[in-house]
Design a protein around this ligand. Sequence first.
Ligand code: C2E
Ligand code: SIN
Ligand code: SIN
Ligand code: FE
Length: 612
Amino acid sequence: MANRLHVLLIEDNEDDALLLVRHLKTSGFDPRVRRVESRTELAEALDQSKWDIVISDYSLPGFDGLTALKIVHDSGIDLPFIIVSGTIGEDVAVDAMRAGAHDYVMKDKLARLGPAVTRELREAEERRARRRAEAAYRSLVESSLQGFVIMQDRRVVFANSAMAQMLGCSVKDLLGRDRDGIDELVHPDDRERVWNRYSNRIAGEPAPDRYEFRLLRVDGEPCWVEISANRIEFEGRPATQATFADVTTRVRRDLEQHAIASAATSLRLADDRSEVASVILDRVLNLLDGKGAALTTLDPETNESVYAYARGAWVEIEGERVTVTKGISGRVFSSGEAYISNDVASDPHLAFPIIAASTKAVVGVPLIAESETLGVLLVGRNRPISQDDIVIVKAIAEMTASALRRITLNEELALSNVELTEAYDSTLEGWARALELRDSDTQGHTRRVTDLTVRLGRKLGLEDEVLVDLRRGALLHDIGKVAIPDHVLRKPGALDEDEWVIMRRHAEYAFEMLSPIAYLRRAIDIPYCHHEQWDGNGYPHGLSGEEIPLAARIFAVVDVWDALLMDRPYRAAWTIEKTVRHMRDLSGIKFDPDIVSVFLEMVGEDSASQTP
Ligand code: C2E
Ligand code: SIN
Ligand code: SIN
Ligand code: FE
């Protein structure tokens, strides 16, 4: 079967035309020929039918091959164009080829025509296939949602519209950008890395073919991309071809999750409100790229929203208050709902102008724990706040509320401990007073020795916690005397041997009374050991030196001092001078000498300051 061939033949000579057709048939074609002789006929023919090839004589009356060539070319149809002529020389043929003819055949060598047609048909088919492939490729690249860039000599030589869109500019704005122009579009922290990889890739050295970095949109907003790049030949020289996928949402979500998890850890360790405030305000500023952040609390007494903590551009409003019917925080307090204002300056709720001066948009989220609104978390920045942002602020607010709630519970617990302690301590004071009433004229001895003992303990450098027990011990020092019968305890004269045996027992009675009470275990040294003496001649155990608990050594000095200065049923009060001398005499015998000297110095200061 011969190949059907639609030939548009530009030829004035009928015989020549027949000759051509015969040659084509000989070469295995089945030619369908239309012969035209003028521009008009040519134009019509091009317009009306589809052709496989144009075969043209070179010179016709009033017409010629070059003009025909131009008409075909201008029609935009890619048709093989072969000139057949008996008259042209080599140079004319070359001109024709240059003007776009695909081949020329001399009339006296028509045997060449068949093979020439065959070759031109094949080449035309190849051109069409290439055009189809290019069109397909172009539409693929253009319709791709991924950015696509070809770079050569550190310049952008090709970019698609998805790339331009990702960067917020036009394709034209990308094409031809050089190193500096490209740097404007890459986050400063990532430039070096990206260029290193580009150089390695171009040089054929190892470079990861897929990685993530930050582009900078022309509006300055960072955009996380995943790049897949490889080396190609472009117009005969090395280049890189890269696709870019926008992964901002995923990367941001990962960063947020990480930040929220680490905030949760920090919050769990925070044990006061200001620590909680620091942790969350810093994080929230960071996460939202905020300019100012604050945490407000409700003052139930004045019904005001208090800016308890503020950060960033808002630090100045820390400590400010606004009545809860006003302000953005007030609105959040009263509604219990998040509130966004993307144009604070014109928001009727705005209470502090400084907020509008530093931030365009503000979001307020309630801090709710167990259906109680504890406060409001406010964040402001210059870009609008989106629903995604609110999700983050709410997550942070939730953690904050539960941290604040935990701190409140701890405080309440500590407070109830304090209350309990106060209750116990007043019980102790009651016991001490009851004893004084029986031990008749000790005249406030207990109170005085308690105060003096605590002062002396502090002067000796004891910790507050130790002083608490010192105080309780002093208060209860003679509690064992409740078990001493009146005839001994209240005897107006000197005690006999038997009575002394009874009296000395007050130390051991104290131990028996107090040791079962856990709360007083650390306070027992004074009641139990305050009659031990430095030289080992005291009671109940005859301990000596530092075997005697420190608290008891301290107290013994104070006890004897105060007893001697007071009237006792068994003797009258001594003078200060006599008492001081007595204390000095017994220093290192009955008393710890170091404690005596600190004590005398302390009471000496007292008397010095009392002298007018
Ligand atoms: P208190 O009256 O509170 O005396 C506490 C300590 O102060 C006495 O412990 C003793 O170390 C010292 N002190 C008190 N008054 C004198 C004094 O006149 N001279 C001297 N050198 N030291 C004095 P002490 O001796 O272990 O006595 C313990 C408690 O026994 C006294 O507590 C008091 O209640 C009772 N007591 C001691 N001596 C007599 C006494 O002669 N007659 C009576 N009725 N009770 C006495
Ligand atoms: C590019 O940015 O287009 C190339 C970077 C690379 O080759 O890694
Ligand atoms: C506020 O919430 O409390 C005041 C914020 C503002 O409106 O300035
Ligand atoms: Fe005593």
